[in-house]
Each structure stands twice: as structure tokens, then as C-alpha cells.
Design a protein around this ligand. Structure first.
Ligand code: PHE
Length: 339
């Protein structure tokens, strides 16, 4: 009996409960009609007179301990509930700190939105390409020095080497291969050129190139589309000018300048006192390029253009060093929060 009492005491001391129901179950288990302590009182009646005194005290202490434990558990639960009730669900929450979108993502989004209003859709393609899609299909003759215009990272050598694309014109080739005109796409994406990294050049940068092929697409259509883009992006007052240029895949080709948005064309450091800033290359798609992708150059004409997102973003925010875009310095990136 002595042993039983000690075991029960230890059990009572170690007890925990998560709800009032559990506390009640413990109470019934100890002190209910068939409870373990209640049955000890039955046994107590049978012990000899000399032991009665000692056991009586022990059983009473046990009962006391059980009652105290039950009260303590009930109180603990009540406190717990109290603290729940003091939670005020109507209090304003902690504000979640807003991050910033990367400036290149912001500008890419703006460019895409502008061309979407002209009916262009977005096309994407692989960054690891083959020579054919980056050069061959775009009228770069083999061994022609035109290939040197874009210093290329080669992955394999051979007949049709694998390389990192130097422009997203490769995506245009992939679309022309499997889509019939009219084609009206813009191709945003990351491109790679083997260039020394400086404030004005990087070996990785981003482009948005565009392609429009249909019957009767003219140089005037191209010029107007680019003017529309420039006005939407840089503001109503911006002017553009086209300078003759050369690309293997367009003929005629041009370089597009916008009037300097810092000095309004008067001449300043940024535009090197010319009043103009170069923003993209463009031209009428060379018939050889159409033919390479099985598009009839007698029936269809088209124009293409391509711009660097870093450059456009530099002009928009007057960022002077291109390397900022790649360093992920939060002091730089935070400035673009909520724009
Ligand atoms: N692909 C050219 C470049 O990467 C840009 C361009 C695209 C020029 C389309 C003319 C027409 O520099």
C-alpha cells in the first residue's frame, strides 16, 4: 500500500493537461467513484489499527496533492485562455517591408507594354544557341568578318558550333522557322558578348529585339513604330533621327538616336554635346534572311530592331555605370522601390 501511494504521488506530480476535459478525466481517474485514490480509502478500512494512523495521513496527503494538482491545471488553462482573449484582432498589422523590382525588369516591362499596344507578342528562346540561329540564318556569311562584330563565347567548335547567343535575333529566326507571316514579335532576353567589363560595356546584358513581317511593310512603318515607342517611353517631346548603318541581316540598316532627355538637345556631357543619344539598331529584313526561313521575299517584307535594356535604363535614370545593374548592391536597388 505504501508503494501504491508513492507511485500515485509521482503520477500526480508529473501530470499535465491541455484542456478542461483532460483535467476532468484525471479527476475522475483519481477521485471518482472508481478512482485510484477512492479505492485506496476502501483498502484503508482493512488495514490493522496500528497502521491506520500512518496510512490515513498518507492517503489524506495524496488526496490533497491530487486536488491541488487539479486546481493548478485548471488555473493554468484559464490563464492560457485569458492570454488568447487579450489578442486584439482589430489591431493594425506590422507592415510587410516592400522590396524593389530590379531596374532592368522595370524597363523591360515598360518596353514590352508599349509594343503590346502595337499588337506585338513576346517570344522567347534559348540562351545557349547554335551558330546557325545566331549567325548563319541571319546572313552572316561563313568566315566573313561580320562575325567579329559580336565577340562570341563558344561552347563547342565545329561545323555548327554551340555558343552563347550574342543577340536575341536568334529567337526571331526560331519564330520565322515555324510561323507564317504576319509575324509581330518582341524578344526580350539575356545576351552574351566577350567584352572587357567597364562602365559602358559588360559581357552579359539584356536586349529587346522586335520583328514585324507582313505584306507591304515599309521603312516608313518602321520609322513610325520607333517614333511611337520613343514618345511613349521618353515623353511626347522627344525627337528621333535615323543614321545609316550596317547589319548583315537588314538592308537598309539604321542606328536610331533620340534627342537628349537631359539637355533637350542643347548639348551636355551625357550626349557628348551632340544633343542626341543612340538607343537602337534597326532595318528592313534582308531578303536572304526571309528566304533562309522559307518566307517568300517577293510577297513579304519586314523590319527588325534591337535595343539594349541596360542602355535604355541608363538614359531613363541617368545611371552612369552599367556595372551597378549586376552588383546587387541594395543601396542602388532600393532606389527603384515602388516605381
Ligand atoms: N541584333 C542587333 C544587335 O544585337 C540589333 C539589331 C536588331 C539591329 C535588328 C537591326 C535589326 O546589335
Amino acid at each position: 500500500m505504501h508503494e501504491k501511494i508513492n507511485r500515485l504521488l509521482a503520477e500526480i506530480e508529473g501530470c499535465t493537461a491541455k484542456s478542461n476535459d483532460e483535467v476532468e478525466a484525471l479527476r475522475v481517474g483519481w477521485l471518482g467513484k472508481k478512482g485510484s485514490i477512492t479505492s485506496l480509502f476502501e483498502e484503508f478500512r482493512q488495514v490493522g489499527a496500528e497502521e491506520k494512523r500512518q496510512f490515513g495521513q498518507q492517503i489524506n496527503r495524496l488526496k490533497q496533492a491530487a486536488l491541488e494538482k487539479i486546481n493548478a491545471l485548471r488555473e493554468g488553462l484559464e490563464h492560457h485562455n485569458d492570454s488568447k482573449q487579450t489578442f486584439d484582432a482589430t489591431m493594425p498589422g506590422e507592415p510587410a517591408p516592400l522590396g524593389a523590382r530590379h531596374p532592368l525588369s522595370i524597363v523591360r516591362g515598360e518596353i514590352i507594354d508599349i509594343f503590346k499596344t502595337l499588337g506585338y507578342t513576346v517570344a522567347e528562346g534559348p540562351e545557349i544557341e547554335d551558330d546557325y540561329h545566331v549567325f548563319g540564318a541571319l546572313n552572316f556569311p561563313p568566315e566573313h568578318p561580320a562575325r567579329d562584330m559580336q565577340d562570341t563565347f563558344f561552347i563547342t567548335t565545329g561545323d555548327n558550333p554551340v555558343l552563347l547567343r550574342t543577340h536575341t535575333s536568334s529567337v526571331q529566326v526560331r519564330v520565322m522557322e515555324c510561323q507564317k507571316p504576319p509575324i509581330r514579335i518582341i524578344c526580350p532576353g539575356r545576351v552574351f558578348r566577350n567584352e572587357a567589363i567597364s562602365a559602358r560595356a559588360h559581357c552579359i546584358f539584356h536586349q529587346v529585339e522586335g520583328l514585324y513581317i507582313d505584306e507591304n511593310v515599309s521603312f516608313a512603318d518602321m520609322k513610325h513604330s520607333i517614333l511611337y515607342f520613343a514618345r511613349e517611353f521618353f515623353g511626347e517631346k522627344v525627337q528621333i533621327r535615323l543614321r545609316p548603318s550596317y547589319f548583315p541581316f537588314t538592308e537598309p540598316s539604321a542606328e536610331v538616336d533620340v534627342s537628349c532627355n537631359i539637355c533637350n538637345g542643347k548639348g551636355c556631357n551625357v550626349c557628348k554635346h551632340t544633343g542626341w543619344l543612340e538607343i537602337m539598331g534597326c532595318g528592313m529584313v534582308d531578303p536572304n534572311v526571309l528566304e533562309a526561313s522559307n518566307i517568300d521575299p517577293q510577297k513579304y517584307t519586314g523590319f527588325a530592331f534591337g535595343m539594349g535594356i541596360e542602355r535604355i535604363a541608363m538614359l531613363k535614370w541617368h545611371v552612369r555605370d552599367l556595372r551597378h545593374y549586376f552588383e546587387n548592391d541594395v543601396r542602388f536597388l532600393r532606389q527603384f522601390a515602388a516605381t
